[in-house]
Design a protein around this ligand. Structure first.
Ligand code: ATP
Length: 352
């Protein structure tokens, strides 16, 4: 019987609450899957771990993540816990880089019309995936030390051909499994790095003649997402652009609590809600667990075993059914269900 080792990193703020919700769903699902078992092993990471041990991502934990079949993460970092230069701790970014999780997959789906601030859109009418490059781009210099006396600071926007090619191939493959349309989001009219990014995209596009493409500047993409999100199927973009657009995209379908994500490499996969640790609502049973529960479904899908994929479909269907009832809304969606009650509602649909 296949056994999958899942490294669980609850992290900080609302991280432990939403991780617990996803684990509750997975634990309930497990006996209903034939011949598949999950071994969950929890590790302490993030700002809390830094306060305990002086290291937000201890080497033994990183090694355990390397050895695991998949990683499920809650959220990391707290605004009050920073490095001496004032920068927040972001072990989730360290994990992406150390495990080479270059392919940041962020599905965006409208589950109920009341969740979107846009007019005249029904459930399912916003349905696209943003693919974000995770290991290069404008985040490349994030660990660079600042010179306290400097009057000028430069951050590089790093684009490499191999890094872009593998990202684009992954995005084309994803588009192929959906509505066969891929949009490149860049700034090729201004930045040489972005002109190079586009050139590489158009080269890779020749390998996928069955996928329609277009190229949109990032400022226009921000506009089109609000004006007509229906035009998008899969979008692929640079690290920082993806960081910004994925928050905007989450806002179209109810906010950060509705946005799951998968950070994928060729060997490892890490699954987490797109949101941060939300210290403003931590410990109050207010967090929306949907993004993390949907991330757990992405994990099952990625594990690839037919039974795991069936489990992913069951979770997605349970979330969809739960959210069809407008009474099932957490505070961020304008309702009054807590984290526990929302998880219970999804669990009930899973059981039936
Ligand atoms: P990071 O930079 O680490 O991604 P952030 O500073 O963008 O984090 P978040 O922690 O994602 O911020 O929180 C942004 C806002 O969204 C906060 O007001 C927070 O309460 C809200 N929020 C985030 N996640 C959830 C959730 N799961 N349920 C409800 N509200 C959430």
């Amino acid at each position: 019987m296949p056994r999958y080792r899942i490294a669980v990193l609850p992290g900080d703020g609302i991280g432990p609450e939403v991780t617990r919700a996803a684990l509750t769903i997975l634990e309930m699902l497990q006996p209903r899957l034939h011949e598949v078992a999950f071994d969950f092993e929890e590790f302490s990471v993030g700002a809390g771990e830094f306060l305990r041990s002086g290291d937000p991502l201890p080497p033994a934990t990183l090694e355990a993540c390397r050895q695991a079949d998949a990683i499920l993460l809650g959220a990391m970092g707290l605004p009050s816990v920073r490095w001496p230069d004032g920068v927040e701790m972001t072990p989730q970014l360290d994990l992406r880089e150390k495990l080479d999780l270059y392919n940041g997959v962020r599905p965006i789906r409208l589950f109920h019309e009341s969740h979107t601030p846009l007019k005249n859109l029904r459930a399912g009418e916003i349905d696209f995936v943003l693919v974000r490059e995770n290991c290069e781009g404008l985040f490349s210099d994030r660990l660079r030390r600042r010179d306290p006396a400097a009057t000028v600071e430069n951050d590089r926007l790093r684009i490499t051909r191999p890094g872009s090619e593998r990202l684009f191939r992954a995005a084309f493959a994803l588009a192929r499994s959906r509505r066969r349309h891929l949009t490149l989001v860049d700034k090729a009219n201004v930045l040489p790095s972005m002109a190079f990014f586009r050139e590489t995209f158009l080269e890779v596009a020749r390998e996928f003649p069955d996928v329609a493409t277009d190229c949109v500047y990032v400022d226009a993409a921000a506009l089109f997402l609000v004006q007509n999100p229906r035009r998008f199927d899969v979008l692929v973009t640079e690290n920082m652009f993806g960081d910004i657009l994925s928050d905007e995209a989450a806002g179209l379908v109810g906010g950060m609590g509705m946005a799951p994500s998968a950070d994928l490499g060729d060997r490892h996969g890490l699954f987490q809600p797109a949101h941060g640790s939300a210290p403003d609502i931590a410990g109050q049973d207010l967090a929306n667990p949907v993004a993390t529960i949907l991330s757990a479904a992405l994990m099952l899908d990625w594990l690839g075993d037919p039974e795991c994929r069936r489990g992913a479909a069951l979770i997605n269907a349970a979330v969809e059914k739960t959210l069809t009832d407008p009474a099932n809304r957490t505070q961020d969606l304008g309702g009054n269900l807590g984290t526990t009650a929302m998880t219970r509602a999804i669990l009930d649909h899973l059981e039936t």
